[in-house]
Design a protein around this ligand. Structure first.
Ligand code: T46
Length: 183
């Protein structure tokens, strides 16, 4: 597996090895041992899978508050997304900095996002299947969002009017939220 550092501390791009043959290809999309061999120790407990029918769909910016915070290992199994992570860990050298990475079926790239980050993605194609692992269970009472075009973060999504859920359309600004993570 190839591991690439990003501009955000502790966020990595992972590129699993793809083994092609005359039938097609095979890859170990995740291996606890392979990750531990490169010093990435996560105990994932939940797999998630979402489908977004239309290009221009934006899911995010999401986090789970407090002890329900989730680290995520995200990938795009069909189509393509612009995946965004924002470091919200007070004291981190990259606090309130963001990155945007294209994850596609073709590039096979995954993004490893620790706890303490906002996460969201914009679909760049129709019919996107997005898979990810989380190291904490879903907790409805801790599930939170921040408005996708938060001025304080100034994320360059490259779109003015994405398709968002009613809930995400009404998401609070950072200044009105209870988000708090410590580096
Ligand atoms: C996340 C989650 C949701 N749900 C239920 C709650 C709703 O009834 C339905 C859709 O949930 P939501 O609209 O929050 O799904 P997304 O907008 O894709 O949100 C997710 O996508 C963004 C990009 C993330 O990073 C988070 O993992 C997560 O917030 O699934 C569950 O039952 N379990 C879960 O783990």
């Amino acid at each position: 597996m190839n591991i690439i550092k990003t501009e955000l501390l502790d966020v990595y791009i992972l590129e699993p090895k793809v083994l092609g043959d005359s039938r097609g290809w095979f890859m170990e999309s995740w291996s606890k041992k392979t990750m531990e061999e490169v010093g990435l120790n996560y105990e994932f407990v939940q797999d998630n899978h979402s489908f977004s029918a239309q290009k221009g769909t934006l899911r995010g910016l999401h986090y789970q508050k407090g002890d329900a915070a989730q680290a995520k290992l995200v990938r795009c199994a069909k189509g393509a997304v612009l995946d965004v992570a924002v470091d919200m860990r007070e004291g981190s050298p990259t606090y309130k900095k963001w990155i945007a990475v294209e994850l596609t079926k073709e590039n096979g790239r995954q993004l490893l996002i620790p706890r303490g980050f906002l996460h969201g993605f914009l679909t760049l194609t129709d019919d996107v299947e997005f898979l990810y692992k989380a190291d904490n269970y879903y907790d409805l009472n801790a599930d939170r969002n921040i408005i996708w075009n938060e001025k304080e973060l100034n994320i360059n999504w490259g779109i003015d009017n994405p398709i968002v859920s009613d809930r995400d359309a009404k998401a609070p600004h950072l200044s009105d939220s209870d988000i708090y993570f410590k580096y």
